[in-house]
Design a protein around this ligand. Structure first.
Ligand code: NI
Length: 181
């Protein structure tokens, strides 16, 4: 177990299409150790998801975990720790909604990205067992963000209006959705 350095935008690995894991790799010591590192790193950096390319491993592997309490995205639907290998995604409804996304590879910034809000994700776990999840709302956005990393796509590629990109401090001060009084 180790906390790894998260690569920042500009590192070429973040722009590569990651390779799939072979079935015999899934439960290997190397991949289990890598997933442990990804979880430690996600926790240490305070993220809610991390894809393997973000720590320099260009393979189709991601972890997502959304705690029940407040996150940097406000209070959102929790999701227990989920390890996704070789995930695929299908949009079930093109109706989109926007969220202010952040990314550990683009520290200090937030951007407003619209994405479909109803998707189905299929993946296998480290035992090779297949899983399928239907996701709506913010969770649909989170899964799309992480899976994008496996194709070398970053959220800023999906910002339609570059005026909706801001530093965290200015986001909090001027742009954060106002809580009802
Ligand atoms: Ni990211």
């Amino acid at each position: 177990m180790a906390i790894r350095k998260v690569l920042r935008m500009g590192h070429p690995v973040l722009r590569q299409r990651a390779r799939p894991l072979a079935p015999e790799e899934l439960g290997s010591d190397r991949i289990r150790a890598l997933v442990d590192d990804m979880i430690d790193t996600m926790h240490d950096y305070g993220g809610i998801g991390l894809a393997a390319p973000q720590i320099g491993e260009s393979i189709r592997l991601a972890v997502i975990e959304i705690p029940g309490g407040p996150t940097r995205y406000g209070v959102v639907e929790p999701l227990p720790l989920t390890v996704l290998a070789n995930p695929t995604i299908e949009v079930l409804d093109e109706t989109s909604a926007g969220f202010w996304e952040g990314c550990l590879s683009i520290p200090g910034l937030r951007g407003y990205v619209e994405r479909p809000q109803h998707v189905r994700v299929e993946y296998v776990d480290l035992d090779g067992k297949p899983h399928a999840k239907e996701l709506v709302g913010f969770l649909a956005t989170v899964f799309q963000h992480e899976l994008d990393h496996l194709d070398g796509t970053l959220y800023i590629d999906r910002i339609k209006d570059s005026r909706l990109l801001a530093f965290d401090l200015e986001y909090e001060r001027y742009l954060a959705p106002r809580q009802a009084a």
